[in-house]
Design a binder for this molecule. Structure first.
Ligand code: BG6
Ligand code: MG
Length: 220
């Protein structure tokens, strides 16, 4: 039985994954590095510096640590600039009614995001009120796929991992949820998230009762 739902933020509750992509794309274009949606998929759920490393590895580029930190800061400035325009259209369709239904059912909810920008994003869109806890990249030492962030989320809502369900759009996040011994629903196309039990692209299609009874979005 599911009594708490832990949500990743970027690409799960809001389309900020698009802005992370555009931030890295701007930097990559300036540097003449190859970067596309496919490479970006490997950056989902991955912290800032580690995401830069994914791009550098793809381009077989080696840089000193201080230069990597400088470039990661520049990407963050580009990202924050893009965030200035976020509005309700950036909220994943159907997610607000879904959160409201879960709240009515007394389900505890938390955000578990690798992003250090998660809180300003939630505040800008008025979404913080739905969550009993928000765990961000500022609160953890070991990034996904380590289970730390989801275990902290479960503890923050006072729930055993057995009763927690995770929504994730990143492979690293799906693996982190499993490492925390939690069921995980992938958000996106199933071929992109082979380790997720099931995937959704539309929250309106979810049968809340089946979800809470069995942690499933589809009946077999
Ligand atoms: C994750 C995103 O949520 O947060 C990644 O999926 C991003 O793309 C990571 O790199 C860290 O975010 P930030 O905002 O701290 O650079
Ligand atoms: Mg994500």
């Amino acid at each position: 039985q599911i009594r708490a739902v832990l949500f990743d933020l970027d690409g799960v509750v809001v389309f900020t994954d698009k802005y992370h992509y555009l931030g890295w794309k701007k930097l990559a274009d300036e540097k003449g590095w190859a970067f596309d949606e496919e490479v970006n998929h490997g950056c989902r759920g991955v912290p800032r510096l580690a995401s830069l490393q994914v791009i550098l590895d793809h381009n077989k580029v080696d840089l000193p640590q201080d230069e990597k930190e400088r470039l990661a800061d520049i990407k963050n400035e580009y990202y924050k600039e893009l965030l200035k325009q976020i509005n309700e259209d950036d909220i994943y369709p159907g997610v607000v009614p879904f959160l409201e239904k879960l709240k009515e059912e007394g389900v505890r909810m938390a955000i578990c995001s690798s992003s250090k920008n998660a809180m300003p994003v939630l505040d800008a869109l008025g979404l913080a009120k739905y969550f009993d806890a928000v765990i961000t990249g500022n609160d953890i030492e070991n990034p996904k796929p380590d289970p730390e962030i989801f275990l902290k989320g479960a503890a923050a809502v006072n729930m055993h991992p057995f009763h927690c369900l995770v929504f994730e759009d990143a492979e690293s996040g799906v693996d982190a949820a499993h490492a925390a011994h939690m069921k995980c629903i992938g958000v996106g196309e199933p071929q992109r998230l082979p380790n997720a039990h099931e995937c959704v692209t539309d929250y309106a299609q979810i049968d809340i009762q089946a979800l809470l009874d069995a942690g499933r979005v589809k009946t077999i």
